[in-house]
Ligand binder design. Sequence first.
Ligand code: AMP
Ligand code: MG
Length: 337
Amino acid sequence: METRVCLITPESLAWAKEIIEKGGVVAMPTETVYGLGSSAFNDAAVRKIFEVKGRPNNNPLIAHVHETYDLSQIIDYDPPYAQKLRAAFLPGPLTLVYPSKGKVSPFVSCGLDTLAIRVPAHAGARAFLKKVGVPIVAPSANISRHVSPTSAQHVLDDFDGKIPLILDGGECTGGIESTVCDCTGEYPVILRPGLITREMIEKVVGRCDEYAPDLENPQQVKSPGMLYKHYAPRCKTLLFSQKNVEQAILRYVKESQENKGVAVLCEEKWISEFEKIGAKCLNLGKNQAEMASRLYKLLREAERFCDTLIVVEPQESDGIMTGVLNRLRKACTSQDV
Ligand code: AMP
Ligand code: MG
């Protein structure tokens, strides 16, 4: 199959709609990362997403809709605090999990009686969702466990020849996946941290908890995606905390004696330390938003030439850095975890 990368135009949108209606898969941009989309109402199309990504079949998908879509068609209950969250943050990088009406394919939520819904803000995603008019399940458009894609080229790198169309909406600005927030209880609970932070949600609805999965009891994990190693570049990664920069420098020296492809990924303030020893540096940036938006791009860049990537964890851990550190630590666990 030939994979075409097309800018978002009336023609490419009409073709995208045709593919979706025939049960096919289309990659689309969002403000967080690129997604691999198919109709949430079509069993075979939903299964195709799992197949083409190599996604474990117990990791549920998020349904994406345009802001004008009538949610009561697919959700069973809409708590008042969810209405407040939608008014405050949507369209935007926040996914809300509701009790499902069971109208979408059972493969979407992998047997759970809930449904995760997101309303993206990206103009290209909105045009596509409006055009197709049905909920589109769209996990990140990467081979499962690989680094999420933030450009059409990243999607092509993983799926060339496997899907017919990639809608090219430029580089994603947000950089990490949406915050996933459970709205089936008395108050919202964050299942996956992201660009909409706990503090931001608390300001709107008063209380918001953060879910800590019990890894000893995987059956009881609310959001199965939390269990998996994710976001990993195809090279060895070694993660050092801020306190251990000296060790990171020593390790860089040792690794570069053994391998040709060694680089350091760190926030801007450490770059000069590493440059003193002639290290190849990938600059994560100097503030939280920059670090979120560059993370995946730099991990993908690193794997192109690195045997070993030395990573120094950013210092801040509040706000959106909760989400950035969550992704970075998952990317840097040893390859066989
Ligand atoms: P991805 O599509 O790769 O961004 O991953 C989607 C995330 O949303 C995963 O962490 C899933 O576990 C989570 N998710 C999707 N649907 C549900 C649901 N119904 N309940 C809880 N978590 C969900
Ligand atoms: Mg993903």
